[in-house]
Each structure stands twice: as structure tokens, then as C-alpha cells.
Design a binder for this molecule. Sequence first.
Ligand code: FNR
Length: 382
Amino acid sequence: MSHHLAASCDDYRRLAERRLPRFLFDYIDGGAGDEHTLAANSRDFQHVHLRQRVLCDVDNLDTRCALFGQPASMPLALAPLGMAGLYARRGEAQAARAAAAVGVPFSLSTVGICSLAEVQAASANKCWFQLYMLRDREAVQGLLQQALANGCDTLLFTVDLPVAGIRRRDIRNGMLDPGWRGKLAKASQLAQRPGWLLDVGILGKPHHFGSLTDQVADPNDLRAFKAWLDAQFDPCVTWDDIRWLRQQWPGKLVFKGILEPDDALQALDCGADGIVLSNHGGRQLDSVSSTVCQLPAVAEALDGRLPILLDGGIRSGADILKALALGAQGVMIGRPWAWALAAGGEAAVAQLLAGLQCELAVAMALCGVKGLVAIDGSLVGA
Ligand code: FNR
């Protein structure tokens, strides 16, 4: 299979570009505005330099760790991506299986195509669930109950989407027009991939909006579903609502989408169990800083009182090591697993993850550390 030739995230990106209908590739690949923040996320890792150390015993090197109490083979989790079931047939279930095989957590988005029950059944690992606050708090309670019933104990509560960012590629591709089912099919034909939506089981089959299926009147009516969802995103949520959420959710509560030290401290005050330092992969406010730029200040403010996961622009094992050296406990990857999934399904996602783990181990060895506890600020320099 062609994905055997892939050796980097960018290789999977190119393979995905060849396979996916244009509108879907752009949906995954794109960011907000001029995509400056999107570009900065990965570019700014290039400006962080690792220090090579020689003649250290790095035999029996170990990348294992715990993420929110869950054992993992390396400090990495798959970030929640909406509609990943459009990138491959039963996409979220495939990716969750690959994550479990490699031993890292998979996160299911509120707007996943597969339900948490399906994803959890496919995976030997506990999945994480990502929540967007909906106006209908009973629907939110329903989602949380589903998550608990499926054994999920880590909730990623996404706080950086009070309104949707303006993604120009999606506008140009007609992704946001009403009647988008027609647009999807048309865009698919334009991309000369008329079979894609059939391949992934979206056309000609009942639609399932995973976790949300129980919350809408007719889950097979895409137009009604989108209208319902658009009306459900709640821009009124404030820190005051967190008390309510904290009461509803007995498990680990992680705030995803924190970028500023003051907000990290607020999350700490609200009883968070951790944060994901994230700018939503450059998809929300274009011109905010890259996440790696923000990391030192946020880590300093939290001073070890809350674990930090960082996402945005992680494209190699060296990037993971840099994030840990600058104060993160782990990282998440978004687009890379979507590209691999589109390129070659479960096998490609597993291969991507194994490749990142290998790169992390090699980078650690060349920096002279053989375990994650030995990673600190002394590993990075000018
Ligand atoms: C996302 N992201 C996201 N985040 C979230 O909390 N819920 C969601 O449903 C989605 N959906 C989504 C779709 C797509 C196509 C992308 C690319 C991203 C953000 C995601 O979880 C993560 O923060 C970023 O993707 C990390 O940046 P990288 O790794 O893509 O650079």
C-alpha cells in the first residue's frame, strides 16, 4: 500500500490530498483568516533548538507515561476532530483502534460520526470525550451520561469556540451553505472522486451523528441536523457555568483551548484537572500566537499545579520533546491523524503513531535522556 512510503506527517498530508475530495481536504487542512496562526504553530517549533548531548548511556530508553492517570506508551493523544467519519469508513472507530494498538488515548469529538459506544467497542483503551457546550443543557447531560456509561473518565471541554472561526477555504468550497448535502456531493464530483462519499458510507445509507444521534429528531436529515447544531452552540457560556459542569461530571475535567496564563489560572480555580494549551489548530482567531510560543508563560503561571497538554503544529518526535522540555506534560495531534486516516485507514494511523514514537525516542537518545522525568528546560537552548 502506498502509505508504506510515508515517513513524515507531511507525506501523509500529500497522500490525503490525492485521495480526498477537495472540500474535505481543505476542511481538514485549512485554518482561520489568512492562516498565519496555522502556519506559526508548526513553524515556531523550528525556532526552538534542542541541545545534543553525547556519551550518555541511553540504553533501555522509555517513552511511557501516564496522561490524566491513564497509562500511555508515549506522551501523546489523538485530538478530537469533528466529522472524522467522513475521512474514512467508520473513521473514528478505525483511528481509535490504531491508537489503542499503539497505546495512546483517542479523543472523540461531540460532532464525531461514530458514537462513543461504537468507538469504545472498537478500542481496548479508554477513550476521551470532547464536549462543546450546547444551549440545551439536557442534551449536554445526555452526552455526559453516554460518556460515563461507556466507561469514559476524561472529558475535554472545549472553550475556544464561542463562535466559529472564519475559514475561508470552507466558504469558497460551499461547506457552509445551507443544503450542504448537495454541496458535498457536487464538490465530490468536481474533485473527480464521485465514489468517495459512497466509500465512507455517507450517501445512500442512514446517517449517524454518533453521540448526538439521540438528541435530534431525525438524524438522517443532514440539513435539519446542521440547523439544530448551529443553533445549539452556546456563546453565553462563562466561568460561572463551569460550576454546573463540574457538578455533572465526576471524572477528569480538562479545559481545551486555553492560550493565556490568566485563563489557565482561572481553570485551576474552577477545579480543572488539566488544560490543553491550544488555538484550535489555527482555526479560530487568526493572528493569536502559536501554542509553542505561549507555552513557557502558561507553564510558569501554573507552576506544576495542573498538567498541560499542548496541541497545534506537532509534526515530529522532536516537536514532542520540545513541548515537554518547555513545560508540557504531553501533546495532542489533530491533522496528522486525519491525513493518515484518509491516506490508509487504521493501518496508516498506527504507522504514523509508531513513527512519532520512534522519532521521540531517537530525539531523547541524542539529547542524552532515557526517560521522560529527565526532560526539562535544560534540553532547549539557543
Ligand atoms: C479540529 N479541532 C477540534 N477541536 C475540538 O475540540 N472539537 C472538534 O470537533 C474539533 N474539530 C476539528 C476538526 C478539524 C478538521 C481540525 C483540523 C481540528 C481542533 C483539534 O482538536 C486540535 O486542537 C488541532 O487540530 C491541533 O492542531 P494540529 O495538530 O491539527 O496542528
